[in-house]
Design a protein around this ligand. Structure first.
Ligand code: NAD
Length: 261
């Protein structure tokens, strides 16, 4: 299989988009390290299924990505057990919705740590091994919110704009080393992250659940459809191909036309 000699680390892959990306890369033969939180038995079931899919290795690492020392330890384990990380997908992220003057400081700190600073740490640990091998793929799950803002999402929009900037910067630094660095910017994808923000958005905007779905989430998406996890995962898989070797520093929108408006 195309990726059978590669190892992919996908952060935040115990659910949603990350799990979809892990499956797409495993289907092409990549060894996989999944990461994230969740129920032990469910995670073990996903890990085992990925190992069936890739016919190789699949591991779970429960590093809390808001903690730099846990990220470092995850990379040490990846070096020891999987021969390093060839494909790094910075996907873990969280959301919190509140007006800026009421935004809890600890939520701001956590979102910046997880959605932005964690990618700085994973990238700085991944790049030396990729340089040595002369090949690497770094992919970030950014968001339409890396390009445009929405009210009440100050920390998220700030972090995602930052992730897009980090992507461009590192792409330039490693451009001659066989390493590409890109981000994918989905519009709304139906995952637990979106489901969980509906109650807070109802509160912040004084709306019903149906109003939040139709008048907030899908209002800006001209196709009036949620993006699917599989559509995002297919782009991540494409970025690992040789045909994508000259796509670097790009921010690829998958947002049903949201940011075209
Ligand atoms: P999700 O809530 O389904 O998944 C988030 C993942 O991150 C989970 O695996 C969770 O366990 C993990 N995680 C949370 N805190 C962590 C921590 N401290 N350390 C390690 N892992 C942690 O969400 P999703 O919708 O699949 O989102 C994945 C990414 O896609 C996020 O970066 C999100 O911002 C981005 N995104 C989502 C949408 C959408 O509409 N769902 C749109 C654009 C971008």
């Amino acid at each position: 299989m195309r990726l059978q000699d590669k190892t992919a680390l996908v952060t935040g892959s115990t659910s949603g988009i990350g799990l979809g990306i892990a499956k797409a890369l495993a289907a092409e033969g990549a060894n996989i390290i999944i990461n994230g939180f969740g129920e032990e038995a469910a995670i073990e079931a996903e890990r085992a299924a990925l190992q069936v899919l890739n016919g190789g290795k699949a591991a779970y690492d429960g590093a809390d990505l808001t903690k730099p020392d846990e990220i470092e330890a995850m990379f040490k384990r990846a070096d020891k057990d999987m021969g390093g990380v060839d494909i790094l997908v910075n996907n873990a992220g969280m959301q919190y919705v509140a007006p800026v003057e009421d935004f809890p400081v600890e939520k701001w700190d956590m979102i910046i740590a997880l959605n932005l600073t964690a990618a700085f740490h994973t990238i700085r640990h991944a790049v030396p091994g990729m340089r040595k091998k002369g090949w690497g793929r770094i992919i970030g799950t950014a968001s339409a919110h890396s390009l445009v803002a929405s009210p009440f999402k100050s920390a998220y929009v700030t972090a995602k704009h930052g992730l897009a900037g980090l992507t461009k910067t590192v792409a330039l630094e490693v451009a001659e080393a066989g390493i590409t660095v890109n981000c994918i910017s989905p519009g709304y994808v139906w995952t637990p992250l979106v489901e969980n923000q509906i109650p807070d958005t109802m509160k912040a905007r004084h709306m019903t659940r149906e109003q939040v779905i139709n008048d907030v989430l899908l209002a800006g998406q001209p196709t009036k459809q949620f993006v699917t996890v599989e559509q995002v995962a297919a782009i991540a898989a494409f970025l690992t191909r040789d045909e994508a070797a000259n796509i670097t520093g790009a921010n690829l929108s998958v947002d049903g036309g949201w940011t075209a408006a």
